[in-house]
Design a protein around this ligand. Structure first.
Ligand code: 13P
Ligand code: SF4
Length: 341
C-alpha cells in the first residue's frame, strides 16, 4: 500500500494550457485527454519547487509519460542514471525509479541528498539475494570474481568485484578475461550473457517479475498478427529472446529503433518504456504486450511533489558499505558508459 500524503491540490490556471502547449503536443497520444488537466497543475507545481530547491529530477525510462516528459531533467536507463548521479552538479537529486537506483545515485554522489519519493518502490531482483548469499557463493567458488547486476542492494554491491547493467553486462564479463564468473542475481540475463560471451557463469535464481511473464507464444503472436519486428529485453526468458529480431537493454533498444526505423515493432519489455519511445519515434507503430512494473508505478506526481517539499525520503547508506559498493560501481562506469535519452 502506498502511504497517504496530505497535500493541497495545486490550483488550475488557464494560462497553464498555453505555457505547457508544447509538452501537451508531445505526449497527447500517451496521456488520455481527461487526465491531462489533473496532471498539469502538479507538473507546474513540481517544476516551480524544483527550481526553488535547485534540485535535479532523474527518471528511469519505465516512469509514466507525465513524469518522464513533464518533470524529469535527466532520463535514461539504470546505467545512464548512475552516470548522471556521478556527474551531477546539484546538491539535491530526486530519483524517480526504484530503491536500488536511488541507492546507486547516493553511493556515487555520497555528499548529495538523494530522495526517493516512495521507499517501497522495490525490485524482485534486488530482493532475491542478500550479502550473506554472495559471501556463501564466494566460499563455494574460491577465487571466482563476482559480477552483480545493479538491480541489487548496496550491501550486495559491497560484496561484489564489479557491477553491470543490462547495457554493459557482456562487456563487463568479457573485461575480466577469466573462464568462470559468478553472475548475480538475474538468471535470464545471466543465461543471455553466458551465450554471448562463452564464459562459464555461476548463476542465481533471481528474476524480474515483469519480464519473466512474457512467453514465446505471445511474441510469435505479435509478429504474426501484427507483422511486427520483435525487440526484447535480456531479462526475458530465453525462449522469448530466441523469437526476437533484436535483444538489448533499454538504451540499446532506442539505438536499434533509430537505426532500423521499423514500420511496426513489438517491444517485449516494460510498458511505459514503449510509451516513452513512442514519443521519440512517432513514425513507428508500437505494439505493446504491456507488462507494467508495479514498483516503478509507485512513483507519482503527488509523491514527487511531497518529496521535494518535505525532502523525503533521503537515502542513507552506512559509510563502510557505501565505500565498498562505490568501488564496484565505479569500476563498471570505467568500462561501459551510455547515452541519456
Ligand atoms: P535497464 O535500465 O538497465 O535497461 O534495466 C531494466 C530494468 O528492469 C530496470 O529496472
Ligand atoms: Fe525490478 Fe523488473 Fe521492476 Fe526493473 S522492471 S524494477 S527489474 S521488477
Amino acid at each position: 500500500m502506498s502511504e497517504t500524503i496530505e497535500l493541497p491540490v495545486p490550483a488550475w490556471r488557464d494560462e497553464l494550457e498555453h505555457e505547457y502547449a508544447a509538452l501537451r503536443e508531445r505526449i497527447e497520444h500517451l496521456v488520455p485527454c481527461l487526465e491531462w488537466p489533473l496532471h498539469l497543475p502538479w507538473i507546474e507545481a513540481i517544476n516551480r519547487l524544483k527550481k526553488q530547491r535547485g534540485a535535479v529530477i532523474m527518471a528511469h525510462s519505465y516512469q509514466s509519460p507525465e513524469i518522464f516528459h513533464g518533470v524529469a531533467d535527466v532520463t535514461g536507463d539504470s546505467l545512464a542514471l548512475a552516470q548522471a548521479a556521478a556527474d551531477c552538479d546539484s546538491d539535491l537529486i530526486v530519483l524517480c525509479g526504484v530503491h536500488f537506483m536511488a541507492e546507486s545515485a547516493k553511493i556515487l554522489a555520497p555528499d548529495k541528498t538523494v530522495l526517493l519519493p516512495d521507499l517501497d518502490a522495490g525490485c524482485s531482483l534486488a530482493s532475491s539475494i542478500t550479502a550473506e548469499d554472495v559471501r556463501r557463493l564466494r566460499t563455494q567458488h574460491p577465487g571466482v570474481p563476482v559480477v552483480t547486476y545493479v538491480n541489487t542492494s548496496a550491501e550486495v554491491k559491497a560484496e561484489t568485484d564489479i557491477c553491470c547493467t543490462s547495457a554493459n553486462a557482456v562487456q563487463v564479463v568479457e573485461s575480466l578475461g577469466v573462464p568462470k564468473v559468478i553472475f548475480l542475481p538475474d538468471n535470464f540475463l545471466g543465461q543471455y550473457v553466458a551465450r554471448q560471451t562463452g564464459v562459464e557463469l555461476v548463476l542465481w535464481h533471481g528474476r524480474c517479475e515483469v519480464h519473466e511473464k512474457f512467453t514465446a507464444g505471445e511474441a510469435r503472436h505479435a509478429r504474426e498478427r501484427f507483422d511486427a519486428m520483435l525487440v526484447a529485453h535480456p531479462e526475458c526468458p530465453p525462449e522469448v529472446l530466441e523469437e526476437a529480431d533484436f535483444v538489448g537493454s533499454t538504451s540499446a533498444m532506442g539505438r536499434w529503433l533509430e537505426k532500423e526505423q521499423p514500420a511496426r515493432v513489438a517491444l517485449i519489455t516494460e510498458c511505459s518504456m514503449a510509451d516513452n519511445l513512442k514519443a521519440r519515434f512517432p513514425a513507428t507503430e508500437f505494439i505493446k504486450p504491456c507488462n507494467l512494473c508495479p514498483h516503478m508505478q509507485r512513483i507519482t506526481l503527488q509523491n514527487i511533489y511531497a518529496s521535494l517539499r518535505d525532502l523525503r525520503h533521503a537515502i542513507e547508506i552506512p559509510a563502510e558499505v557505501s565505500a565498498r559498493a562505490r568501488s564496484a560501481l565505479t569500476r563498471m562506469l570505467e568500462i561501459g558508459r551510455t547515452e541519456r535519452v
